[in-house]
Design a protein around this ligand. Structure first.
Ligand code: PXP
Length: 244
């Protein structure tokens, strides 16, 4: 099974917002990502709309032909948007409004009641739900009790330790993948995945359904262009699927 690549287009919106105009055109970027091989488009609207705007999400919905994934903290504004737009997948992230980027997974035990309501609301509306998580056994099993379909493993610690000792860095994630499978949860992953560390991650985690990648992919685009970059990431995933 080959892991699907969902491109997080937040950073293209950051670039657009820097000048207040419409360059680069985010809708064209999203469609080109798909044309060049992306199997999903991810957006993470934040309350201050500093990159993706709520209006972008509404405009993207009819254009995205692959999988549309909205991620974010499920406050009332985000959930109103999600229920209006009905993406294919909602990824729940516990980031505070002022966070630069997501920096932790959910404590599904502590926030069980809150999350259960959100998950059930999304699922009543036909939206698949994924919960952003650290490799913690009790919390992963609790995510299954929430009724979530998948978890997304927060891979920042893997990426940070990859160059020091990749075998050690991957260990908790291999374990987490086993717990997720045991709990009946599908598996996504994301954060700081890159051309350097992606292939090893995907080859060590056989049941990885999807990765969502933004920052490194956008940086690579500066050197290689969007089409080459997307193809390079996809080649890493194909090579990994042949190894596992
Ligand atoms: N997954 C989640 C839940 C995120 O919040 C982010 C960052 O917006 C990503 C994946 C992508 O991380 P990166 O930009 O480091 O590839």
């Amino acid at each position: 099974m080959e892991t699907r690549l969902s491109v997080n287009i937040n950073k293209f919106a950051t670039l657009r917002n820097a000048r207040g105009g419409n360059n680069p055109d985010l809708l064209k970027v999203a469609m080109d990502c798909e044309l060049f091989g992306a199997q999903g488009i991810t957006v993470h609207p934040r309350p201050d709309e500093r990159h993706i705007r709520y209006s972008d999400v509404r405009e993207l919905k009819p254009l995205v032909k692959t999988e549309f994934n909205i991620e974010g903290y499920p406050d009332k504004n985000l959930m109103d948007l999600v229920l209006e737009v009905k993406p294919d997948q909602l990824t729940l992230v516990p980031d505070p409004p002022d966070a630069i980027t997501s920096n932790a997974g959910w404590d599904t035990i502590k926030h069980f009641d809150f999350l259960r309501e959100i998950v059930s609301l999304a699922k009543q509306n036909g939206i698949r739900v994924s919960v952003f998580m650290e490799p913690n056994k009790a919390r992963i099993f609790k995510a299954a009790e929430l009724g979530a379909d998948r978890i997304e493993l927060y891979t920042e610690p893997y990426a940070a330790n990859y160059s020091i000792d990749k075998a050690k860095a991957i260990m908790p994630f291999v374990q987490a993948a086993e717990w997720a499978a045991e709990a009946g949860l599908g598996l996504n992953a994301g954060h700081d995945l890159s051309l350097e560390n992606l292939a090893f991650f995907a080859s060590e985690i056989p049941n990885l359904l999807e990765v969502s990648i933004g920052h490194a992919l956008v940086c690579d685009t500066l050197y290689f262009g969007l089409e080459n970059t997307i193809q390079m990431y996809k080649r890493q995933l194909s090579a990994a699927s042949m190894r596992n």
